[in-house]
Design a protein around this ligand. Sequence first.
Ligand code: FES
Ligand code: FES
Length: 80
Amino acid sequence: MTSPHRASDTPFAVNVELGKDYFWCACGQSKSQPFCDGSHKGSSFTPIQYSADASKEVYFCGCKASNNKPLCDGTHKNPV
Ligand code: FES
Ligand code: FES
């Protein structure tokens, strides 16, 4: 499987709303990071759904290498 595109070196802080679903871009090609805009079509990637269990600020992974997708787990600090 090919690696995702590293869309950002840092996470995206987003204010999510309780009960809403968000679709995180796993391929890194979306123009509206950190969310999917359909650019993955034709690749092996599909977006990952995030269902907000509270209204709060969360950090979505921008480097696309997190081991806790779709959220940032600090992996972006590792050298590439
Ligand atoms: Fe990246 Fe859809 S655009 S997963
Ligand atoms: Fe990907 Fe932090 S931005 S792990």
